[in-house]
Design a protein around this ligand. Structure first.
Ligand SMILES: [Zn+2]
Length: 557
């Protein structure tokens, strides 16, 4: 079975390479997806494969990847463009255990569209602040809230704060400003996500004078000051401009960071040169004044985009402040940051790391198909870095999910051209890896306005100990328990009994003694022989045992 799978995969891989070569010369796509079974993604029965991926025992490390605004639609848009409809994204699509989760926020106050106070009732479309609070604290709250309850003041402990109390190293990285909602939910507690800097401050970010102070968060410290107080071992992203704000002691928040022992690399080269990150010298990497530069050049959707020739995405040559910079310039990519963070955090006691691909959301808001695809590709590469680490460190739980769904939809341009439907807003035609057109539509705001988040459930995918909790339908708040339980070993199900023991199932590849491996191998051979001779109930019993031993065998080899 295993050999058959491997050879089938090799065949598929070759077909994929052929497809790439053919597509690049502009000839019709030559894959076999028109044949019966040709588009199948599974290599035969998956039962044993899935069973082998259900890992028991405590996780030492957790890496949580968030694609901001990365709904199923955004994943599919990117997959079609980057690797073709039958292709597989190397990182995002590689996690074996997947499910769906709900993401709704809660109302705070009266919604004028209904009678009476709506406080505490579901608000079906969440923003990044409420959704992030959901997984970071296990608590549902209102849109705009950063790890506080409905009252705006009750601070709920975050996963990162809890991990610190357990002696784990911690990290929080993003391609947005580090003060932005998704990174902020692990590091701070404020009533409003806009409370970046101390009150009354105007600072220059991306060449513009801007104000995002604590006016809406009375009595609370700004997000960036709390980032310093929480003192994760590694925080990296953009948002350097906001640190020019002056704190109560008369020094800028950046100076206060440096005074407090933070290392502050501002380029990839400086980040690479960092050799340690701990409580005596934590890392605050700030690689852009505001959000970091996106990978692909903007392709704003237009009212007649569906009728234009399909086009490929180009590398971005303009930085957020308008200057001419070819991506990534001096910035690290998200994969670079992920790799560096893992290297700095990996230690005997374990670590918790959150990684956000932030601008899938921001480019979706701007109705920019290539923009969001480039950011999804960035996240995909970062996930691959995390998975490569997890595959060689069997005690690492990886979760890949998103915070909320978004607006982009793959539509049939022929229907619009034929007059049977009218696009609400903008469309854009992409020339995909398949060599055909993918029309992406944006219709949750007027063209030129900011496209809106949407309220559908999202994919959550997992790998490693505790990843079984991703399966089925869960809620965003379940992630809090999944990660906490995995890291603490509390509330985990015991190992199954049929032919296996806790000891054998929880043994990881690195520590598996050769003696145990050969014992399991020999047991598998013996069972296979016994099954050939056995009949009826005994045969079924032996088969169940064989399946369980093979699952263990796969973990050992
Ligand atoms: Zn958004």
């Amino acid at each position: 079975m295993a050999r058959t799978n491997a050879s089938m995969r090799r065949v598929r891989l070759l077909a994929g390479v052929t497809g790439l070569a053919v597509a690049s010369t502009g000839v019709a796509y030559a894959a076999d997806i028109s044949e019966t079974g040709g588009a199948n993604r599974h290599d035969g029965d998956q039962t044993a494969e899935i069973a082998a991926q259900v890992k028991f025992g405590k996780a030492k490390n957790v890496i949580l990847f968030i694609g901001d605004g990365m709904g199923d639609s955004e994943i599919t848009v990117a997959r079609n463009y980057l690797v073709g409809a039958s292709g597989q994204l190397e990182g995002i699509d590689s996690l074996p255990l997947t499910g769906q989760y709900t993401t709704y926020a809660l109302h705070k106050g009266d919604d004028p569209l209904t009678t009476g106070d709506d406080t505490g009732k579901p608000d079906y479309v969440t923003d990044s602040a409420a959704s992030g609070t959901g997984w970071s604290t296990g608590t549902k709250t209102y849109n705009g809230a950063i790890s506080v309850g409905l009252d705006g003041t009750t601070a709920h402990q975050t996963l990162l704060e809890w991990a610190k109390t357990q002696g784990l190293k911690t990290g929080d990285i993003t391609t947005a400003e580090v003060q932005d909602a998704t990174p902020a939910v692990q590091l701070s507690h404020v009533a409003d996500r806009g409370c970046y800097t101390p009150v009354g401050q105007t600072v220059t970010v991306d060449g513009k004078s801007q104000k995002k102070d604590t006016a809406k968060c009375p009595g609370q410290k700004s997000i960036e000051e709390q980032i310093l107080d929480t003192r994760a071992d590694v925080v990296m992203g953009g948002g350097k401009g906001w640190f020019d704000a002056v704190a109560a002691n008369g020094r800028s928040v950046l100076q206060n960071a440096q005074d407090a022992g933070f290392q502050v690399p501002t380029t990839k080269a400086e980040m690479t040169a960092v050799t340690k990150a701990d409580q005596s010298a934590p890392v605050l990497g700030l690689f852009a004044s505001g959000n970091m530069q996106t990978r692909y050049k903007a392709t704003p959707a237009t009212a007649d985009g569906y009728a234009k020739p399909a086009a490929e995405c180009q590398t971005n040559d303009t930085a957020p402040d308008g200057t001419s910079v070819t991506w990534p310039g001096t910035q690290p990519t998200l994969a670079d940051m992920t790799s560096k963070a893992i290297g700095l955090l990996d230690n005997d006691k374990g670590f918790f790391l959150q990684v956000e691909g932030a601008s899938i959301d921001k480019q979706d808001h701007a109705a920019n198909a290539c923009g969001q695809i480039g950011e999804t590709k960035d996240l995909d590469e970062a996930v691959k870095v995390g998975m490569d680490f997890a595959k060689t460190h069997g005690d690492t739980l990886v979760i890949v999910t998103a915070d909320h769904a978004h607006t982009s939809q793959i539509i049939n341009a022929e229907d619009i051209t034929g007059g049977s439907s009218v696009p609400l807003a903008g469309t854009y035609n992409l020339l995909t890896h398949d060599g055909t057109v993918e029309t992406v539509a944006y219709g949750t705001a007027q063209l030129g306005g900011s496209q809106q988040h949407t309220g559908t459930q999202l994919r959550i995918a997992g790998f490693g100990p505790g990843a079984a909790n991703a399966v089925g339908l869960s809620d965003q708040t379940d992630v809090f328990d999944t990660i906490k339980d995995a890291l603490s070993g509390v509330g985990l199900d015991p190992a199954p009994s049929a032919g296996t023991t806790t000891k054998t199932v929880t043994v990881t590849k690195e520590v598996a003694p050769a003696r145990l491996t050969s014992a399991v191998d020999s047991k598998v051979r013996t069972l296979a022989k016994q099954i050939r001779k056995a009949k009826g109930d005994r045969k079924a019993k032996l088969k169940a045992q064989l399946r369980a031993y093979r699952a263990v065998q796969r973990q050992l080899h």
